[in-house]
Design a protein around this ligand. Structure first.
Ligand code: SF4
Length: 333
């Protein structure tokens, strides 16, 4: 077995059943990273509280998301997979980090301004401190690397700044500056062909949907808007159906569609039927596995609780060092 290179941390909000955008944008990469890194994957349910109106679906969404993660190949034997609220040390570290973070920096962040725009009636204290809690997530586990898209690099830079502030303030080196592991994250458009695939926009295709539901969603997909009649030549380069063909269909089929679409030798209905069939074939092993895992009602809970126990081993050691570095009475060292 090859030696793993370091520790990766990543967190995602509990959004329930995952869709193709989640899979192509994150889960696929999470699975691949397991071969080379010691991975810590967290369902960040505390973060979710900053913007959700009700926690009615929180438990269900956490379970459904974890079930999708596990069925997709995130392996609890290779990685630590757990829920943020199960490891309370993160709250404590968040408090200490908040005291080496300037408020002005937080309110100047573009992500904060964006969140204020999206939630004008609920600009809560947690929303301002969101990047501090996110940094605490990463630093608690002393992650060397955090997989991100280019747009998230500033978050990692922010966490690195907090590390420097903390280590400087307490003359220590116990917190580790994480690095952004920049990953090419494909932007997966929804079935509207315009906006990023998202559950809240209802333009998504769920991984765990039935083959028939999947087919229905694919048939609703918006194609090349210039192609009005069957006899009009199309342009696959601007068609989201073709983008998904490139991911889920064979190279031969992709080449054929590319040609036939431009010469109007294939209609959009047939093209979508092919995509739906290939998508369902690709997702079948995932769906079977999900069905099997779901048979045991305690499986997901047990995996997540075990993950929390393993996460806490790392977290409690980090906090022991943090308390000692700060110099609390009775903290040892
Ligand atoms: S034939 Fe296929 S690739 Fe061409 S416009 Fe229609 S759906 Fe898109």
């Amino acid at each position: 077995m090859t030696e793993k290179q370091g520790r990766v941390f990543s967190g995602a909000r509990p959004t329930g059943r995952q869709h193709l955008g989640n899979y192509l944008g994150a889960i696929k990469n999470y699975v691949a990273l397991q071969a080379d890194y010691r991975c810590v994957y967290c369902i960040v349910d505390v973060h979710a509280l900053t913007t959700i109106d009700t926690t009615r679906d929180l438990k269900l969404n956490t379970r459904e998301m974890a079930l999708d993660w596990l069925a997709a190949g995130m392996d609890p034997n290779e990685s630590i997979i757990f829920v943020q609220s199960h490891v309370l040390e993160v709250m404590e570290l968040h408090t200490y980090l908040s005291m080496v973070t300037q408020l002005g920096k937080l309110t100047a962040l573009p992500t904060f301004k964006e969140k204020v725009r999206d939630n004008p009636d609920n600009v809560n204290y947690g929303l301002v401190g969101y990047p501090v809690l996110m940094s605490a997530d990463i630093l608690l586990y002393k992650a060397d690397a955090v997989p991100v898209g280019t747009d998230q690099i500033p978050h990692i830079e922010f966490a690195r700044e907090i590390v420097r502030s903390f280590n400087h303030r307490y003359q220590t080196d116990i917190l580790v500056e994480p690095h952004a592991k920049v990953t090419e994250i494909p932007k997966v458009l929804g079935i509207d062909g315009e906006r990023k695939m998202s559950k809240s926009l209802n333009n998504h295709i769920e991984l765990a949907a039935t083959p028939e539901e999947t087919r229905k969603r694919v048939m609703e997909m918006v194609t090349d808007p210039q192609r009005i009649r069957r006899s009009d030549p199309g342009n696959p380069d601007i068609c989201n159906v073709f983008t998904l063909h490139k991911i889920f269909s064979s190279p031969e089929e992709v080449a054929e569609i590319n040609q036939d679409c431009r010469k109007a030798e294939i209609g959009c209905v047939d093209c979508k039927k092919k995509l739906a069939a290939n998508l369902n074939n690709n997702l079948e092993p995932f769906r079977l596995r999900r069905f099997e895992l779901d048979k045991d009602p305690d499986y997901v809970r047990d995996i997540l609780l075990d993950g929390a126990i393993r996460a806490r081993v790392i977290a409690s050691e980090t906090m022991r060092q943090v308390r000692a570095a700060i110099g609390f009475f009775g903290s040892g060292e």
